[in-house]
Every structure is written in C-alpha cells, then in structure tokens.
Design a binder for this molecule. Structure first.
Ligand code: HEC
Length: 130
C-alpha cells in the first residue's frame, strides 16, 4: 500500500535515522522559536545542527548505501539548511524564513519519496555489495 521507495537499513541504522529525524524536527522548532525573539545566535546554533558537516555527509552516505539517490537528496537538504545559518549571520529575518521554508520543502519531498525498510544483515550485505 505504501508506494514510496524503500531505504534498506539494518535495525540499528533505522533506529539511528529516526533519532536523527526527531533531532531535525527539534532544530526546526528551535530555529522558528529563536527567530521570533531575534536571538540570532540561537538561530545559527540550531541551523548548524541540520547544516552540512563532514559528519553529516558520512552519515548520509552510510544511510543511502543501498538506496540510489537517497544520499544526494539528503545532502541537498543539508545544503538548503546552510542558507539558514547564512541568513542568521546577516540578521535577516525574512531570509531566515525563506531558507527555512526551502529546507522544509526538502524534508517533505524526501518523506514523500522514501520509507524505511528494515532488513537482515545478510540482505543488507547482498544489497550493498552490488
Ligand atoms: C533525505 C531524506 C529525508 C530528509 C531530507 C528528511 N527526512 Fe525525515 N525521514 C526520512 C525517512 C526515510 C523517514 C522514515 C519514514 C518512514 O519509514 O515512513 C523519516 C522520518 C522522519 C520522522 C519520524 C521519526 C520517527 O521517530 O518515526 C520525523 C519527525 C522526520 N523524519 C522529520 C524530518 C524533518 C523535520 C526534516 C527536515 C528538517 C526531515 N525529516 C528531513 C527521510 C528524510
């Protein structure tokens, strides 16, 4: 019934991905809350948690190892979030909102496209050794 494309993940990876996701939602909550009181440092700190970093790139590459195109979509999402950081540094509220909206579009687009598929280690090894 669910027509979204599967992202094959080991149980631990699936758990970790969902933890990351809940953290992303908290970051968006903090961005909006901090923007409302023009606490630019807090906007920047929250945006940095969803922005591009070497650690994020590694994790997204790992998560998308068995799902063609997933990692690219994930990295595009983090790049969009980088624009929130830049706008916060410039103390530009309208630009923070635009970049947040643009970032949220990446969240919803990915959710429309992909779903988790928890697989066994043997199945995962077979998928990633192709
Ligand atoms: C590159 C893809 C991708 C991006 C970008 C993305 N997500 Fe997700 N997210 C997923 C997948 C896959 C799931 C699991 C969905 C499923 O299996 O039904 C998920 C699940 C979630 C969940 C449910 C977590 C749980 O505990 O069940 C939340 C909340 C969430 N995402 C928030 C966000 C937010 C907020 C953003 C953007 C700031 C975001 N996600 C961006 C792929 C993505």
């Amino acid at each position: 019934m669910d027509t979204r494309a599967p992202v094959p993940l080991l149980p631990m990876m699936a758990l970790h991905q969902k933890e990351q996701m809940r953290g992303h939602l908290v970051a968006v909550q903090e961005i909006v809350g901090a923007l409302a009181v023009e606490d630019w440092a807090a906007v920047e700190a929250a945006a940095a948690r969803v922005g591009t970093s070497q650690q994020m790139e590694q994790m997204c590459t790992h998560m998308g190892a068995a799902a063609d195109g997933f990692t690219e979509q994930a990295l595009d999402f983090h790049r969009r979030a980088d624009a929130i950081t830049a706008a916060a540094r410039a103390h530009d509220a309208a630009a923070v909102l635009r970049a947040t909206s643009d970032t949220l579009r990446a969240c919803t687009a990915c959710h429309e496209t992909w779903r988790q598929q928890v697989v066994t280690p043997a199945a995962y090894d077979a998928l990633t050794s192709l």
